[in-house]
Design a protein around this ligand. Structure first.
Ligand code: NAD
Ligand code: AKB
Length: 320
């Protein structure tokens, strides 16, 4: 009954993964850590620690003190921020992962590594991208994700570390804001549609990318980590996604519920070129076959749930 360590726990995924792990395994078994200070408004209960994943001694001390048996390593700089700060991105994304894998090797921990559609590049077949495809990304974020997948495979093969990963698409969620990625437009569009009935999108209207709703990502993460290891053909990392959408299609779906919502475009060339180097859609058959990946939300059901949850958050009247 060793404990679970989550790094980068205050981010978009961690804000929902930590409560899900607490519910699944018990609040006293989850150590939520981040380099940021825990905000005061966070619900009481659970274990929160300061941890910088670029500092190996901090990770080893945490692994010893809490008898850690599994690490969900979420700490990273996302694609747009990484492109602004490539050196910091290498330091956090690569050195941080290496430090986590070393701690896992020494303490015999299981590891979860979130890779990304960013691990693919412009030479990858963009439609229904196969599980095994050419990976020559042109962003520093993508370079760290491909190298991360390979490093995880190396630690699994060479040292027997049970490390598993997902190639996540853009994640849409309402609990915590996204941390500076290219797919953030989708969450921003929901927030601004409800607040101002208007959004200026930083990607072109027809930019097609794979996406998934956060509850499906959280379920997939826990399912993969609990799956029979003998059935996993790929480990690092499985393609997962639930929809393939453009800003124009998302806006049209939102407009079904917010008819006056207006969309215009102020294209950011950096994020547009990142998006254009990524797949449009993923082949997720390996995840479905090996460990039963089965997302529940499509564009319509995700949009309805997002608007309901965000509406309830911003206006108590809607929640009643
Ligand atoms: P996020 O940016 O919202 O959160 C990352 C967290 O890491 C932040 O709370 C930040 O404070 C923390 N962090 C940064 N540097 C750190 C350090 N040195 N030590 C410890 N913590 C540090 O990111 P997210 O969206 O929650 O993503 C989590 C992981 O999932 C990342 O590896 C990301 O690449 C991957 N991923 C996310 C998405 C997505 O759409 N959200 C898609 C694909 C992959
Ligand atoms: C980003 O846009 O950087 C992330 C991702 C898809 O990895 N959301």
């Amino acid at each position: 009954m060793r404990r679970i360590l989550v790094t980068g726990a205050l981010g978009q995924i961690g804000s929902e993964l930590v409560p899900a792990l607490q519910q699944h395994y018990g609040a006293d078994r989850v150590v939520a850590s981040d380099v940021r200070i825990v905000p005061q408004q966070l619900p009481a209960g659970g274990i929160h620690e300061h941890l910088d994943c670029t500092q190996p001694q901090q990770i080893l001390e945490m692994a010893r003190r809490y008898e850690i048996g599994a690490i969900y390593h979420l700490a990273a700089l996302l694609s747009a921020v990484a492109e602004e700060k490539p050196h910091a991105a290498w330091n956090v994304n690569m050195d941080g992962l290496y430090n986590i894998l070393e701690a896992a090797r020494q303490h015999r921990c299981q590891v979860f590594f979130p890779s990304s559609i960013g691990a693919f590049g412009p030479s990858t077949p963009p439609d229904h991208t196969p599980q095994t495809a050419i990976q020559r990304p042109t962003t520093i974020y993508g370079v760290t994700k491909v190298a991360g997948e390979l490093l995880c495979d190396y630690y699994a093969g060479r040292f027997g570390v049970d490390v598993r990963g997902l190639r996540l698409p853009g994640l849409i969620s309402y609990v915590a804001p996204p941390g500076g990625g290219t797919t953030d437009y989708a969450v921003e569009m929901f927030l601004q549609a409800l607040r101002y009935k208007h959004y200026s999108c930083f990607l072109k209207p027809d930019t097609r990318l794979p996406m998934m709703y956060m509850p499906d990502a959280i379920r997939a993460t826990i399912e993969l980590m609990e799956a029979d290891g003998g059935r996993l053909r790929y480990r690092n990392a499985y393609n997962v996604a639930a929809m393939s959408i453009t800003p124009a299609e998302l806006a049209a779906e939102i407009r079904k519920h917010v008819p006056s919502f207006a969309l215009d475009f102020r294209v950011d060339p950096v994020r547009q070129s990142i998006a254009e180097s990524w797949p449009h859609s993923l082949d997720t058959s390996a995840a479905r076959e090996d460990w039963g990946f089965a997302p529940q939300f499509d564009l319509a059901s995700m949009t309805l749930d997002m608007l309901t949850r965000l509406g309830a958050k911003s206006s108590p009247a809607v929640a009643e």
